[in-house]
Design a protein around this ligand. Structure first.
Ligand SMILES: Nc1ncnc2c1ncn2[C@@H]1O[C@H](COP(=O)(O)OP(=O)(O)OP(=O)(O)O)[C@@H](O)[C@H]1O
Ligand SMILES: [Mg+2]
Length: 377
C-alpha cells in the first residue's frame, strides 16, 4: 500500500519556530493531524533571522547561509517529528514545506514573495519527496501568492447550512469565508500578533504578551486607535495581502509620533490589542449578512491571547466564536496541516490556490517537487 501520510512544515511570520505536523486524509474533517511538534530555531539562527527580517541587514553570503541553515532546521524538525511518532520516512508520501518568509511584496513591480529553508536539504536528509516554493506559481499568474490555507479551510470546515468565517491569527491575520453554495473568498485582514509582539519585545524583551495579561492591565487610547485604523491597507478591496515588513515597529513608531500625549507604555499594548481585534471583527461584520446563520472559527497562535479573544468576542456581539480545535484541527496546527494538504494537491496535479482569493489568473498547481529517492541504475 502506498504511504498515505503527508508531513507539513512552516515557520510563520512570527518566526517562533517550525510547526511540524504529520497528517492523513482521514477523520471527520477529511484531513487529520496524527502528530505535531513545535521545533524552535537555535538561538543563533533566530538572531540572524531577526537581523535580516526586522533590521533588513544581510550580505548575500549571509543570506545564502541562512537559507541553508534554515533548511537544516526544517529537516531536523521533520526527522524529530518522525521519531516522536515512532515512524520511518517510508511511511510518508511527501513533505510540504512552506519555509520561512524573508519578505512578502505582492504590490512590488514585479511582485515577489521570498521564502528560505533550502528544500533540497529536507529531501536529502529525509529521503522523502519534498514540495516547496508554494507561493511563486500563484504570483507568476498574477496572484498575491497568499493566503494559501484557504483551500484547506474550505476542504475541512465548509458547512452545508452555516456560513463560516475562518480567521487565522498568526503574525498577520487572514479570513476565509465559507458560505453554502458560494465561492470561497478570503484575504489578509491586516496585522495579527505582529504589532503586539513587536511592542512588548521593544519595551520588555518578552517575545509575546503571554495570555494578553500585559494588555489587560492597560487602557485603550482612542486617539491612537483611530490613527491606526486609518491605515489605507484596511480599506482596500481584496485580493490583498500584507506582512510584517509593512506592519512593523517602524509603522507603529511613525503613528505614535503623530499622536500627542501618549507614553511608551502598557496603554499602547492595550490599544494594539484592541486594534487587532477591531480589524478582525470588521472583516467578519463587513460581510456578514443579517439573515444568515454564521459562526467564526479561529486558529493561529493568537487564540492564546485571552485579552485579544475577549475584545474580539466583545466586538462580534452575537456571532459565535469557536476554535478550530473544537472541530478536530487544533489552532496552532492548521497552517502546517495546510502545507501538508497542499503537497498532496501538487503530487496529484490538482490546484492549490483559490484564484478568487489570491487574484491569480486561474487555478494553478503550486510548488515544485524535489524527489527524495535515490537514483535507480
Ligand atoms: N500564550 C500565549 N499568549 C499570547 N499570545 C500567544 C501565546 N502563544 C502564542 N501567542 C501568539 O501567537 C504567535 C504565534 O502564532 P502563529 O504561530 O500562529 O503565528 P506565525 O508563526 O506568525 O504564523 P503565520 O504564518 O500564520 O503568520 C506568537 O508570536 C504570539 O503572539
Ligand atoms: Mg508560528
Amino acid at each position: 500500500m502506498p504511504a498515505e501520510l503527508y508531513l507539513g512544515l512552516i515557520s510563520g511570520t512570527s518566526r517562533d519556530g517550525v510547526e511540524a505536523v504529520l497528517t492523513r486524509p482521514e477523520g471527520p474533517l477529511g484531513w487529520e493531524v496524527i502528530a505535531h511538534r513545535r521545533h524552535p530555531y537555535p538561538a543563533a539562527i533566530a538572531e540572524r533571522l531577526a537581523e535580516v527580517i526586522v533590521a533588513e541587514q544581510g550580505r548575500l553570503q549571509d543570506l545564502g547561509q541562512l537559507d541553508a541553515s534554515v533548511g537544516e532546521v526544517f529537516a531536523d524538525a521533520a526527522l524529530a517529528l518522525l521519531r516522536q511518532a515512532g515512524l520511518t520516512p517510508d511511511a510518508v508520501r511527501a513533505i510540504g514545506s512552506h519555509g520561512q518568509t524573508l519578505y512578502h511584496a505582492p504590490a512590488a513591480a514585479p511582485a515577489f514573495s521570498w521564502q528560505i529553508g533550502d528544500p533540497f536539504r529536507i529531501a536529502e536528509r529525509t529521503g522523502i519527496d519534498t514540495v516547496a516554493l508554494f507561493r511563486q506559481r500563484d504570483m507568476a499568474a498574477g496572484g498575491e501568492g497568499a493566503p494559501l490555507a484557504c483551500a484547506l479551510h474550505a476542504a475541512c470546515f465548509a458547512h452545508p447550512d452555516i456560513s463560516r468565517a475562518v480567521v487565522n491569527i498568526g503574525g498577520i491575520s487572514n479570513i476565509t469565508w465559507l458560505r453554502p453554495g458560494q465561492p470561497v473568498s478570503g484575504y489578509d485582514c491586516g496585522p495579527g500578533n505582529t504589532l503586539m509582539d513587536a511592542w512588548i519585545r521593544e519595551l520588555t524583551g518578552q517575545p509575546f504578551d503571554a495570555d494578553g495579561a500585559w494588555a489587560a492591565a492597560g487602557k485603550v487610547r482612542y486617539g491612537l486607535l483611530d490613527t491606526l485604523r486609518a491605515d489605507p491597507f484596511l480599506a482596500l478591496d481584496p485580493p490583498k495581502t500584507t506582512g510584517p515588513e509593512y506592519f512593523s515597529l517602524r509603522w507603529l513608531e511613525d503613528r505614535l509620533a503623530t499622536v500627542g500625549d501618549i507614553g511608551r507604555d502598557v496603554d499602547v499594548q492595550a490599544t494594539l490589542t484592541e486594534f487587532t481585534a477591531s480589524i478582525i471583527a470588521d472583516a467578519v461584520l463587513r460581510e456578514r449578512r443579517p439573515d444568515e446563520p454564521c459562526e467564526v472559527l479561529v486558529c493561529g497562535g493568537g487564540v492564546h491571547n485571552l485579552e485579544l479573544m475577549r475584545r474580539l468576542r466583545e466586538r462580534l456581539g452575537d456571532v459565535p466564536v469557536a476554535q478550530t480545535g473544537s472541530l478536530g484541527l487544533p489552532a496552532e496546527q492548521v497552517e502546517a496541516a495546510a502545507f501538508a494538504w497542499l503537497a498532496r494537491q501538487t503530487l496529484e496535479h490538482r490546484a492549490g490556490n483559490v484564484p478568487e482569493v489570491t487574484g491569480a489568473a486561474g487555478p494553478r498547481i503550486l510548488g515544485c517537487v524535489i524527489p527524495g529517492a535515490a537514483p535507480q541504475g
